[in-house]
Ligand binder design. Structure first.
Ligand SMILES: Cc1cc2nc3c(=O)[nH]c(=O)nc-3n(C[C@H](O)[C@H](O)[C@H](O)COP(=O)(O)OP(=O)(O)OC[C@H]3O[C@@H](n4cnc5c(N)ncnc54)[C@H](O)[C@@H]3O)c2cc1C
Length: 550
């Protein structure tokens, strides 16, 4: 990506200004720029640092929406799951799920078998034009014996067998978010992180852009655009109010526990046995939890609050973590989770609606054209799933094109292109060839590591490795991560802070604090590259530590 240029934002002539660089804003910028709109995107923080960092990493095929008879949404989810597999095959893997079937109204074999038959029909083309290693087998029922073998801790009372289906795990979710950012930029969008949209610019009642503040220097510029699209996630309600639109955006809090517990290679689903209390002391209000293996470790979620929340409720309390642990142990007694096993708590404030138990997840995404609310020049996108963000973004871009009266813009199907750095190819050969060309011989674990995280971007990292000894050395002895990854994140992926580098670009800290040595080694390389003072370097380290402590 091009180096960050905050001031240039103010000199552009934009059709569309996207506020928010989570997955929905990025997917919209990607689609809109691909269709030929002149696009700018700003995020107050780093791209994908908010809810889009905190999801459970499952690209859902919408099986659960069959329970409520939403066949259209289930079909859309299957198509989007497939679109991700086509666009980013290197970053996904098929993940088997297993839940027990019971003598019960909802989880009986007859009902689940019927849902699976519908799923097979709706997903008959789920593997079309998908790499063979990502093909998903059809969902099936398993015997009681097979279920007990695969899921020894499953609740046995009234157990009749199991239900087994496949979705994708987005193994390198942060790399996928960055791939969307790179894709948007490669199609002409200007992207700036650490740039907060502070006030709408108005001409009469019409929104004509936003005043944007550089979170690093405090400078401000006016970014003018024919249309401003609010993709601010949990803050979308605030921005709508600033536009002059009164639209209620209820929110709830959702969490996952990332743990140090080992996990088998199958994701398990179960509900906590009994509701332990009322109100928010219940971490999951009896809804099904999944125990998902991620890089060999167990991740449990998703816990949802039953009461409505505000964006400021994002910090997680000790009581919330304890309630989540209790529910996790109730659903998966063999897990034996304690506070010491928790390495990271994923948390997000997400769109909600009223459900039978209080707050429930908003069922379907929304694209609001505020022209209909009497405020011209502004739209809002409210997304509900990372999985379907690509489609929501493409629809938002289409709505923007219609509103701008430019239907003649080129047709382009974003689901048909592979995102930058996300394809499957013989990356290993390219990495080895590049290393030879620059006179390096790389140890096999380093080659494997670079290819797994960066794909064809590994070659650029290898070229950097050739430049300096400390860039070609492992960050700490015994690890495959090399110093050049940090320089690459800064020079080519708009990493501005140590947290961007450690948590999101290199994924060193994606699952929890990577250790003091790794953080300080990364900080030193970043300080050299960005000319940080010792004081600044220490503050960056403190910010990374605080991220995990909170
Ligand atoms: C615990 C949990 C588990 C989940 N699991 C899954 C899952 O397994 N599969 C799935 O598909 N989905 C899952 N989801 C849902 C998914 O994560 C979200 O739907 C998605 O990430 C939301 O993306 P977004 O772009 O709408 O919001 P965000 O990622 O929050 O992005 C909004 C961005 O707007 C920026 N912003 C806000 N105000 C301003 C401003 N004034 N100026 C500039 N920028 C601003 C923020 O900094 C932020 O980066 C899960 C969510 C949670 C919380």
């Amino acid at each position: 990506m091009q180096p960050r240029d905050f001031q240039a934002l103010g000199t552009g002539d934009y059709d569309l200004l996207v506020v928010g660089g989570g997955i929905h804003g990025l997917a919209t910028a990607y689609a809109a720029a691909g269709r030929g709109l002149r696009v700018a995107l700003v995020d107050a923080d780093d791209f994908g640092a908010s809810t889009s960092f905190n999801h459970q990493r499952t690209a859902h095929g919408g099986l659960r929406s069959l329970q409520t008879g939403r066949l259209g949404y289930a079909r859309e989810s299957i198509l989007e799951r497939r679109a991700l597999a086509r666009m980013a095959p290197r970053l996904l893997r098929p993940l088997p799920f297993l839940v027990g079937t019971y003598r019960s109204v909802l989880r009986n074999r007859l009902a689940i078998g019927a849902a699976f038959r519908i799923d097979r029909f709706l997903g008959r083309d789920r593997n079309e034009a998908v790499e063979p290693e990502l093909h998903l087998p059809p969902a099936k029922l398993t015997s009681r014996a097979a279920t007990l073998k695969l899921f020894p801790g499953v609740r046995q009372d009234r157990l009749t067998g199991g239900a087994n289906w496949y979705d994708y795990q987005i193994v390198h979710a942060n790399r996928l978010t960055i791939a969307f950012a790179e894709g948007a930029e490669s199609r002409g969008a200007r992207l700036v992180n650490y740039a907060a949209a502070v006030t709408p610019l108005k001409d009469g009642g019409r929104v004509t852009g936003m005043r944007v503040r550089d979170a690093i220097t405090g400078d401000e510029v006016d970014v003018r655009a024919r249309l401003t699209l609010n993709a601010a996630g949990a803050r979308a309600g605030d921005l709508m109010r600033q536009f002059g639109v009164s639209h209620d955006l209820p929110l709830l809090k959702a969490m996952n526990l990332v743990t140090s517990k080992p996990a088998s290679d199958i994701a398990l689903g179960a509900s906590p046995f009994a509701l332990r209390a009322t109100g928010d002391k219940r971490a999951s209000h009896g809804a099904m939890l999944t125990l998902t293996p991620w890089h060999g470790r167990a991740m449990v979620g998703t816990f949802q609050s039953t009461s409505f929340k505000q964006p400021s409720d994002l910090p997680v309390t000790a009581a919330e973590v304890d309630a989540a642990i209790a529910d996790a142990n109730s659903a998966f007694p063999a897990l034996g989770l304690t506070r010491d096993d928790i390495t990271l708590v994923h948390r997000g404030i997400v769109p909600a609606q009223k459900g039978p138990n209080g707050a429930a997840l908003l069922a379907t995404p929304q694209i609001l054209d505020h022209d209909r609310d009497g405020v011209a020049g502004a739209m809002t996108v409210i997304g509900v799933k990372y999985t379907t963000a690509r489609r929501v973004g493409a629809r938002a871009a289409e709505a923007a094109i219609r509103r701008l009266g430019q239907p003649s813009l080129r047709a382009w199907k974003p689901a048909h292109d592979i995102l930058p750095g996300a394809g499957i190819a013989d990356h290993e050969a390219l990495t080895i060839e590049t290393a030879r060309a620059v006179g390096l011989e790389l140890a096999p674990p380093i080659i494997r590591h670079l290819n797994a995280i960066y794909g064809d971007r590994s070659a650029a990292i290898v070229r950097l490795m050739a430049e300096r000894t400390d860039w070609r050395m492992p960050i700490v002895p015994g690890r495959p991560n090399v110093g050049a990854e940090i320089v690459h994140a800064i020079r080519f992926e708009l990493a501005m802070t140590l947290a961007d580098i450690v948590i999101r670009r290199t994924e060193l800290g994606a699952m929890g604090h990577p250790g003091k040595d790794i953080v300080s080694a990364c900080a030193q390389i970043a300080a050299d590259e960005l000319d940080w003072s010792a004081d600044r370097r220490d503050r960056e380290v403190a910010t990374v530590d605080a991220f995990y402590a909170s």
